[in-house]
Ligand binder design. Sequence first.
Ligand code: MN
Length: 286
Amino acid sequence: LSDRYDASAATQALHEAAELIRDDPNRSGSLLRFGSAGQVVMTGDMHGNLKNFEKLQRFCDLRNSPGRIVVLHELIHQEVGWHARPDTSIDLLVRAAAWKCAFPDNVFFLQSNHELAQLRGQEITKAGRSVLGYFDQGVALRYGAEAGPVLAGVHDYLAALPLAARTDNGIFLAHSLPDPLSLDDFDFSVLERTPDDADLSPGGAAYALVWGRFQSLDMIGALAQRLNVDAFIVGHTPQESGYAVVGRMIILASDHEHGVFLPFDLSKRYTVPELERNIRKFVSVP
Ligand SMILES: [Mn+2]
């Protein structure tokens, strides 16, 4: 057990991943840019799902696929259910950080509302329970007296996350998109800089991007035009059957047994129906 949950290895992986994320050559401000070669594997929310993560690692086979890029977001805060089993989503975060350290040019992360909430101490309650507290308890369960340095590593990692990614073939990747009411005031320049306190707080652009809900067809169309993209791939809104398509926006969920992911090539342009046909179910991965 002590080998498996080695606090100093976890702490080191989280800080090293944070440094790689901050100094990413693909990054400009809080936006990642991917060129015109290789393949992107976009995921939806993972919320601690190690089984799907391991399938994703097998599918991506990064050791033998140097041209493949995988984009992950919302890794923490797993559903604890009515029986209040511990939230051990720290395990997924540590393993994803280690994956980044092993393949810095292939593994990428985006900011999400749960990760932002954990970073900023903005409470989220589900069924009357504090998800931030449950996460901290899971870290204490795994690392005991050494939970403090691990949580400091988590904080460093969460603070480093970029907000979105854009590919040369016109696809925009983010955890969510602003809701229709906040789009008029949305400060697009947040993508060009490191978000500050105001950006990350309620009312700020980074906050609006990761928390947005109920996007309308009109708003998605207007945003696509504004950003000059053909399609958005996001997570955030739960999808029991794995995914949904709303105009130019595809919503993926990767956190349950009907979860999916979406591989696409960077070298060609896609319509939304073509992207939809590329969606793969985790159950199809051995
Ligand atoms: Mn979310």
